[in-house]
Design a protein around this ligand. Sequence first.
Ligand SMILES: [Fe+2]
Length: 299
Amino acid sequence: MNILKKDAMKKVYLKNMELSLLASGDGTEVIHHKLYKGGRWAMGPAEGWIALEHLTILSGTLIYQTPSEEIVLSTGDSFHACPVTEFSLFIAQTDVEFIYVTSQPQFQNYSSSLQEMLDLAVMVEEKDGYTAEHCERIKELSMLIGTKMELSTDELYSLNLGAFLHDIGKVKVPDHILNKPGKLTDEEYEIMKMHTTWGRETLENTNIPELIKAGKIVEQHHERFDGKGYPKQLQGDEILIQAAIISVVDTFDAMTTDRVYRKGLSVDTALAELERNIGTMFHPKVVETFFSIKDKILA
Ligand SMILES: [Fe+2]
């Protein structure tokens, strides 16, 4: 590729994608995206956002997921909106390269806070005795369930972020509490519970609309269907459906994962535990959906 004006080019590497700012000026940006197979990318409306957004596929196949259908975009195909009025979710069926043009700059959004948040989420889970794959696994399983439950693309997008970032608030929990192998004291447990609210606050502080939305989900991921969860004792449908999904997936993953201080339970025991807690801890529809795609989840 020939770049005539090299000083305009900046490169950013994110999980699942590489971005290069090819040209920018007068508010317009031309960004080259490389999205790896399985990666997701979205365009969404925002207050005050009136930009023209356009993409053209250079190579590979991108699925454009609408609430009612999946449209396959391949080499030479284009998509544009002006302004974007609804969330448009794209999934890379293969490694995909595309050119994205926007008349309002947003390259900076990619490069700073979002990546910092994703890195922070992984760091926190590692401190908490998980491997780096935990966030990724929670996200993938949540998306399988959310898709099966036919959530809107808008809801799926915030589920994607919320699932990955669900425990980000643990960054504020002192290490001696986070890493304590034994049972927490009442006082320590109260501090641990704060990770939900701290998570929302951390994401709100980014001022990125998508992360602010995800923050609401993050705050609710320990609420219980029967209202006995935390931090706000919400119940039933007061709890965002994305948070209800993350709750089931996170509990299942926590039960079946080996941690530093204990071995994970068998899959059968963990499944029985999910079933036993239908309607108390867990949203019945979420557990029902989990079981209906059990083979896919456990594959
Ligand atoms: Fe949590």
